[in-house]
Design a protein. Structure first.
Length: 94
């Protein structure tokens, strides 16, 4: 789909609703969005902004209030995260 397709607004809303709920109930230090969602560069900033709007200051955390880009992130290893994690687990179990 094109970046301006209306479906992305709906997808952003669904993901942001989930992440705000996770933030309320689990209080994670960071949320990492990988897979298909993480590979779409135009979606992450939308999700970050909408999640911040939904939280609306209810969680008084500087990382959410002032630096949402450090709270909701892509995996540091990109699409290789799953494979490299599996390799690390296999090595550790030997």
């Amino acid at each position: 789909l094109a970046k301006d397709h209306p479906a992305w607004k709906l997808e952003t809303e669904y993901i942001a609703q989930a992440l705000s709920s996770y933030s309320y109930t689990l209080s994670p230090q960071r949320i990492i969005l990988g897979g298909g969602v993480g590979s779409l560069g135009h979606l992450l900033p939308r999700v970050q902004q909408r999640t911040k709007e939904l939280i609306n200051g209810y969680i008084q955390s500087p990382i959410i209030l002032e630096n949402i880009e450090s709270y909701i992130v892509n995996p540091g290893l990109g699409n290789r995260s799953g494979m490299l994690g599996a390799i690390a687990l296999a090595e550790a179990s030997r």
